[in-house]
Design a protein around this ligand. Structure first.
Ligand SMILES: NC(=O)c1ccc[n+]([C@@H]2O[C@H](COP(=O)([O-])OP(=O)(O)OC[C@H]3O[C@@H](n4cnc5c(N)ncnc54)[C@H](O)[C@@H]3O)[C@@H](O)[C@H]2O)c1
Length: 255
């Protein structure tokens, strides 16, 4: 196949769906994957060259199976976007071991083993231009984030892991970067608005206004803002960028 092939995890919703749409628009064949297969199928059905597969990032088995199926079917694997992630807002003192493990399983272990599966397949295919992009967060660069301490820990982990992957995979020609979005309007954000409003005892609108006020560019981030930067990092224009954690947050956190 001459068309580049990309896999997106958590592609059935929000940022992952926007990334799948953008990659399709710039000519990739996109394998839209998600824990929720029917959500992935809905997004894939909108796109020109795409297919849907079930992939639960908490199991290495699923990531390996998808990476190997894609490489067998298409003979190539050019781009892997580890986007799947979860959040649950709670005060630090109330986070249970179970909640912590769940967050880490999806947000950090999932990125680790999906990336491992993708890298192994790229190396086996002899692909010298492979790209892996991990969706971290503004909360992967600063801990001044209310009620998300387990999430913060997982996303700092993603930023560090991205650097380690970039370092070890560079000899294979594989570039690895992460992106750090801010307040992005997605179903995850709708859930977080409700949790934060309850925890602070204010309305969801008040929380939304706080988030906008915290963003110098003065609006909520859209999933497409993230997708455009992912497309840039995947492109040859970013051919000498690796190990980076690129902020996409309208100035909400500058480092
Ligand atoms: N929305 C934000 O403000 C924001 C900000 C910074 C970073 N992020 C990150 O962006 C990514 C996407 O977030 P979103 O806002 O689009 O969330 P979302 O909840 O809208 O979508 C997440 C998708 O991931 C899927 N998913 C959940 N667990 C999975 C698993 N175990 N395996 C595979 N898929 C799974 C869900 O089914 C869903 O389709 C996440 O990593 C999130 O942490 C979001």
């Amino acid at each position: 196949m001459n068309v580049k092939v990309a896999v997106v995890t958590g592609g059935g919703s929000g940022i992952g769906a926007a990334i799948a749409r953008k990659l399709s628009a710039i000519g990739y064949h996109v394998v839209v994957t998600d824990l929720n297969l029917s959500a992935a199928e809905t997004i894939a059905s909108e796109l020109k060259f795409a297919e849907a597969m079930k992939l639960d990032v908490t199991t290495l088995f699923d990531s390996s199976a998808v990476a190997s199926a894609v490489s067998k079917k298409h003979g190539r694997l050019d781009l892997w976007v580890s986007n799947a992630g979860v959040s649950k807002m709670l005060p630090f003192t109330e986070i249970t071991e179970e909640i912590f493990d769940f967050t880490m399983d999806v947000n950090l272990k999932g990125v680790f083993f999906a990336g491992q599966a993708a890298a192994k397949e790229m190396i086996q295919l002899g692909n010298r231009d492979g790209v892996i992009i991990n969706i971290a967060s503004m909360a992967g660069k600063q801990g001044k984030v209310p009620y998300l301490s387990d999430y913060v820990a997982s996303k700092f982990g993603v930023v560090g892991l991205t650097q380690a992957m970039a370092f070890e995979l560079a000899p294979h020609g594989i570039r690895v970067n992460s992106v750090c979005p801010g307040y992005v309007a997605t179903p995850m954000q709708v859930r977080e608005l409700a949790w934060e409003a309850e925890l602070r005892g204010v309305s969801a609108d008040a929380v939304r206004n706080l988030w906008i006020a915290d963003t110098p560019l003065g609006r909520l981030e859209q999933p497409e803002d993230v997708a455009k930067v992912v497309a840039f990092l995947a492109s040859d224009e970013a051919g000498f960028v690796t190990g980076e954690a690129l902020a996409i947050n309208g100035g909400a956190f500058m480092d």
